[in-house]
Design a binder for this molecule. Structure first.
Ligand code: DX5
Ligand code: ZN
Length: 214
């Protein structure tokens, strides 16, 4: 599968409705929504009230990436705000198994996110509970960072793990994705690519989304 989930973190927050409508009309598959708490990551982005407004205008599934400590506390809130897919960091969950079950119990798709320093092998006992796994290809917290090259290897390792334990699990990559590395990531086994700056800082975001998919 070749899917694109543009990250609204790089959109114009003063014109969110305009940017969401552009995405509605584009070839993108999901809308990537980055929630940051200033604790798990150094930055603060936005929370449920903003997600609710994004949901009002979005015509595609909301792929909500929680960069917050102990995200299990907020599963019900993000369901209510309109999340369709909820991903939580392995590094932020004491009881990951419980949190993944809770996301499913609330009727959402569930995913685990790994930071660049976390090996794929950490997912041996949780990949079977995942609809997707998100590999960070930058240290989370900010858009516009440089892609970390060993991500290709991690995608290949994760693909093997998924084939062994959960073949329907999707592989998503987030951070520094651009027109140069996108084809290589898809070739390595990625299904969904998140792109912030590559889309929103380009002169023609809709055309860039289409180009990233090909
Ligand atoms: C980073 C976020 C990313 C970010 C990606 O912490 O999780 O989703 O918006 O932005 P780019 O594509 O510009 O690296
Ligand atoms: Zn993200």
């Amino acid at each position: 599968m070749k899917m694109i989930s543009p990250s609204l973190l790089s959109a114009d927050f003063g014109n969110l409705q305009r940017d969401i409508e552009m995405l509605n009309a584009s070839a993108c598959d999901w809308l990537h929504v980055d929630v940051m708490d200033g604790l798990f990551v150094p930055n603060i982005s936005f929370g449920q009230p903003v997600v609710k407004h994004i949901k009002r205008h979005a015509k595609k599934p909301l792929d909500v990436h929680l960069m917050i400590m102990d995200p299990g506390r907020y599963v019900a809130d993000f369901k209510e705000a309109g999340a369709d897919i909820l991903t939580v960091h392995y590094e932020a969950c004491t009881h990951l198994d419980r949190t993944l079950h809770s996301i499913h119990d609330h009727g959402m798709q569930a995913g685990v996110v790994l930071n660049p320093h976390s090996p794929v092998a950490l997912l041996e006992d949780s990949v079977q509970l995942c609809d997707l796994v998100l590999l960070m290809s930058v240290n989370p917290g900010f858009g516009g960072q440089k892609f970390i090259e060993n991500t290709y290897d991690k995608v290949r390792q994760l693909k093997q793990l998924c084939l062994r334990k959960n073949p329907s699990c999707l592989i998503e990559v987030d951070g520094g994705v651009n027109l140069q590395n996108a084809p290589l990531l898809f070739e390595a086994g990625a299904d969904v690519l998140v792109a912030g700056n590559a889309v929103f800082k380009s002169p023609d975001p809709a055309a860039t989304i289409l180009a990233l998919k090909q």
